[in-house]
Ligand binder design. Structure first.
Ligand code: SF4
Length: 346
């Protein structure tokens, strides 16, 4: 344990006691189930966005068995708008594993939780500390930032070896706190509310007397930033196909939006014109009439940005499954596809 941090766990917990936000999963920790659901939802997503999703999810799927048995379309509909849909599919796979292979008994420790689909080290540490009180430090983006600033840490927080190093460094402090659940939650909350990525609230921070970067006046240098590679930009040519008052949709089997429903589309290199859309459509689906072009829908993914170019047309017959407007509204759709729907029908 570092000399300058000896009293930091107590200061952190005292601050958390006074300042913690009200979160629904903090009230329900009788089993690991709500902790697991909330931790998966909180990956890449803000607390305020997660709260209504969490409440609806727990109400619809109150037990691991009900999640295991849920129709996937219903599950994805519940997840619509939260993004990163593989999280929902992995949650269900995990629930099936616990309900069937483990006979409904939750994994008992850090190692065994990592065998559950979609649960990595960070999520396993969060579940085990919050639900069981095990001294397993959470190392997420918030914790890494707080720790890098407290210690003027020069390692890049993007690399796996730094996460392992920070995990090991945190163990004596989480043990000294004597409350694993609150220590981890307090570290995450400190990163989210005070030690924010931009404009950290250092002068009023409960940890400023321990914080090396604050005391040395170099907070802006931590965590060490690496140059980001430019995000590639792509285009999608999308066809809204009307056939006898209904519209063709496909259920995705590819990795992107797997299980969700979309209008047929193709990823292309350059901005598609109406003429290209007609030609490519004819090659795939045959003749069509009454073409219309709509304005672009933009969407940002983690690894690329996408401009969706919607083209609408009419056909007399199609091999694709078709749906009424009302039926489409009830299906799980990716957010940009829902935006296309609104553009076409408003
Ligand atoms: Fe973060 Fe500033 Fe607090 Fe240090 S003093 S932990 S940099 S908010």
């Amino acid at each position: 344990m570092k000399q300058y941090l000896q009293k930091f766990p107590q200061a952190l917990l005292a601050w958390f006691e006074e300042n913690k936000r009200d979160m629904p999963w903090r009230k329900r920790i009788t089993t690991p189930y709500p902790v697991w659901i909330s931790e998966i939802m909180l990956q890449q997503t803000q607390v305020d966005t997660v709260i209504p999703y969490f409440n609806r999810f727990i109400e619809s799927f109150p037990t691991v068995q009900s999640l295991a048995d849920a129709p996937q379309t219903e599950l994805l509909k519940m997840w619509e708008g939260l993004g990163y849909y593989s999280r929902a599919r992995n949650l269900q796979k995990g629930a099936q594993f616990i309900a069937n292979d483990c006979k409904g008994i939750f994994p008992p420790d850090f190692e065994s939780w990592q065998k559950v689909s979609g649960v990595g080290k960070y999520t396993a540490a969060a579940i085990c500390s919050i639900a069981y009180g095990h001294f397993t430090p959470v190392v997420d983006g918030n914790v890494l930032r707080v720790w890098a600033r407290l210690n003027c840490m020069k390692d890049s927080i993007k690399v796996e070896s730094t996460k392992t190093k920070v995990y090991n460094e945190l163990i004596p402090y989480i043990e000294s706190s004597q409350d694993a659940s609150w220590f981890n939650q307090a570290m995450m909350e400190m990163g989210a509310l005070v030690c924010r990525p931009k404009s950290p609230l250092c002068t009023s921070c409960a940890l400023n007397s321990f914080c090396q970067s604050y005391l040395k006046n170099c907070v802006d240098q931590f965590p060490v930033q690496e140059k980001k590679a430019p995000v590639p930009h792509k285009h999608a040519m999308l066809w809204v196909i009307e056939c006898k008052g209904k519209y063709a949709l496909i259920q995705r089997e590819e990795r992107l939006w797997h299980g969700l429903f979309t209008y047929p589309f193709e990823i292309v290199k350059d901005t598609p014109t109406l003429s290209t859309a007609k030609t490519e459509f004819k090659k795939r689906y045959g003749p069509a009439t009454q073409w219309e072009e709509f304005s672009v829908v933009k969407h940002q993914f983690t690894h690329f940005s996408l401009d969706i170019h919607p083209f609408k047309c009419k056909v007399n017959q199609t091999q694709l499954p078709t749906y009424t407007y009302e039926e489409i509204c009830a299906l799980p759709l990716p957010v940009p596809i829902r935006k296309v729907l609104q553009k076409i029908f408003n």
